[in-house]
Write a protein that binds this ligand. Structure first.
Ligand SMILES: *[C@@H]1O[C@H](CO)[C@@H](O)[C@H](O)[C@H]1NC(C)=O
Ligand SMILES: [Ca+2]
Length: 241
């Protein structure tokens, strides 16, 4: 059966599993169509979640960084990271918007992590390794198990309901997701090194591209967590680890 499914995938070519270390998704321009579907194996509803990713955009309007919709949900924004330049980010859980003030955006790679724990309701937003004041949302809620996770667009319905004015354009990389809450030490590891998710793993990513989204080499790596921000070429960088 598994072999059959793999053969089918090879034939249709619709689903890829790839190591995207040193790669980015490039969304070349705003559209209401181009997106990437991420396909984690979520077998039971999630009560704890951490999502981390890196993004680089020229957008000065609000845009989706990570959009998760649940099947059968009549509400949208089940779990959404929605960047609101110039200086805030909204984390939605079960339609509850937590608009968190951040330091002003700069035209540079940005590292974002969000954690949410259903047991306590605590929401954490980390940007570039800095934790902003924590929030409280949707205690007792659980996510999934059937979900649709989309990069590049914001879902108003399961897998659709896109709006060009909420779309992402620019580059996204190092998208990882865990079914537990990362500790501050773990977040530091994600920010400064390779530390991959157990639900979504950038080094072994199941995804499907719809429309005009390109997989491109990552040409620069930024190191956060140092006083000096140091740029190096990504593959050179790996040798010194
Ligand atoms: C997007 O925003 C522009 C400028 O504000 C507006 O003219 C346009 O109608 C919006 N498009 C949609 C689909 O909402
Ligand atoms: Ca929405």
């Amino acid at each position: 059966m598994e072999l059959y499914v793999m053969m089918l995938m090879l034939i249709t070519g619709s689903v890829a599993q790839q190591d995207l270390g040193n790669k980015v998704f490039l969304f070349p321009k705003p559209t209401a169509t181009a997106h990437v579907i991420l396909k984690p194996k979520i077998e039971k509803p999630l009560q704890k979640v951490t999502v981390c990713l890196q993004s680089y955009t020229e957008l000065s309007r609000s845009h989706s960084l990570f959009s998760l919709a649940m099947s059968g949900s009549r509400k949208d924004n089940d779990f959404l990271i929605f960047s609101k330049p110039p200086a805030s980010c909204s984390v939605y859980i079960n339609q509850d918007e937590n608009n968190i003030k951040t330091d002003p955006e700069v035209l540079d790679w940005k590292h974002t992590c969000v954690t949410w724990d259903s047991d306590t309701g605590v929401v954490q937003l980390w940007v570039n390794g800095k934790l902003y004041p924590r929030r409280y949302s949707s205690k007792g809620f659980s996510i999934g198990p059937e979900t649709r996770i989309i990069l590049g667009q914001e879902q108003d319905s399961f897998g659709g309901g896109f709006d060009i004015n909420q779309s992402f354009s620019g580059e996204i990389s190092d998208v990882n997701m865990w079914d537990y809450i990362l500790t501050p030490e773990d977040i530091q590891k994600v920010v400064s090194d390779d530390y991959n998710g157990n639900l979504i793993n950038w080094r072994s990513l199941n995804f499907e591209i719809k429309g005009n989204v390109l997989v491109q080499p990552k040409l620069q790596c930024k190191h956060w967590g140092y006083t000096n921000t140091l740029y190096t070429q990504c593959n050179v960088d790996k040798q010194f680890r």
